[in-house]
Write a protein that binds this ligand. Structure first.
Ligand code: F6R
Length: 252
């Protein structure tokens, strides 16, 4: 079942998402959070960090596990997703950095890198809340459109649209790595709860295809229609093509 929470803009979306994640941490201090990178969750991480500074949130027992990492980028590379997480969240809260996992992009042997990450995923236990963004082509994590839903961590050739969307984090598009390690669809679907964030008109068409189109690996996020507990928090612009189709669970 999918709950749609309509928010007036990016900031309200971020505040709402942070309050859902914050509630998860308060209710289960030793929870496992599945985390995402990209532009969409930046505001959410700001609100979560502010919650920690105010004394409302304690991350000391939280385990986090990220979706993906560029192949070839070590954790200390300024463009790595590890570094993104460190700068946007890990260094701002009291999370135990030894329990904040991101795939290791420095491992050149893809089979080994993926096997190691699957072992970590298995060792942390069930993800209580998985945060997701949505790619313009419907990807979740870096599970790009394909003929099958990949189950576990794998090495993926990034789609042109993904490389272009990520170029804002690099000095040029040529610098964006062409491959990444990503958690598989089955690992995402194994999470107890899914929280997907969308903002902006450029996401409106894919939101409609993902949640009201066919369930197909050509639109990886469409698989979420089969998950029992999905909350989509989106702003007016991102929901503009589905506003006549949905029952709004909450407005914020
Ligand atoms: C990032 C990730 C991707 C992004 C998606 C949307 O860890 O898993 O699926 O969530 O590409 O990116 P933004 O938020 O930059 O539009």
């Amino acid at each position: 079942m999918i709950k749609f929470i309509l928010t007036k803009d990016y900031d309200a979306m971020s505040a709402e998402a942070a309050s859902i994640i914050g509630a998860q941490i308060v209710l289960k201090p030793d929870c496992v959070l599945g985390l995402a990178t990209g532009s969409t969750p930046v505001g959410t991480y700001e609100y979560l960090s502010a919650g920690y500074v105010k004394g409302d949130l304690d991350f000391s027992q939280v385990t986090s596990i990220n979706l993906d990492e560029f192949k070839g980028l070590a954790h200390d590379n300024e463009h790595s997703y590890y570094r993104f997480m460190y700068d946007n969240l890990f260094k701002k809260v009291n999370i135990d950095i030894n329990k904040a996992f991101v795939p290791d992009g420095s491992i050149a042997d893809a089979d080994l890198a993926c096997k190691k990450y699957d072992e970590i995923i298995a060792s942390v236990g069930c993800i209580d809340l998985q945060l997701l963004g949505l790619g313009h082509n419907g990807h979740i994590g870096f599970n790009e459109p394909s003929d099958v839903f990949p189950k576990r961590t794998h090495c993926v050739d990034l789609a042109e649209s993904t490389i272009s969307a990520n170029s804002i984090f690099f000095s040029s598009e040529e610098e964006v790595p062409k491959q990444a390690y990503t958690m598989g669809i089955q690992s995402i679907m194994d999470a107890k709860k899914i929280l997907l964030l969308v903002s902006g008109t450029d996401k409106a068409a894919i939101v409609k295809r993902a949640f009201f189109g066919d369930i197909t690996p050509r639109v990886p996020a469409s698989v979420l229609q089969l998950h029992h507990d999905v909350t989509v928090v989106g702003d007016v612009a991102a929901f503009s093509e589905i506003s006549h189709l949905i029952w709004i669970y909450k407005q914020a």
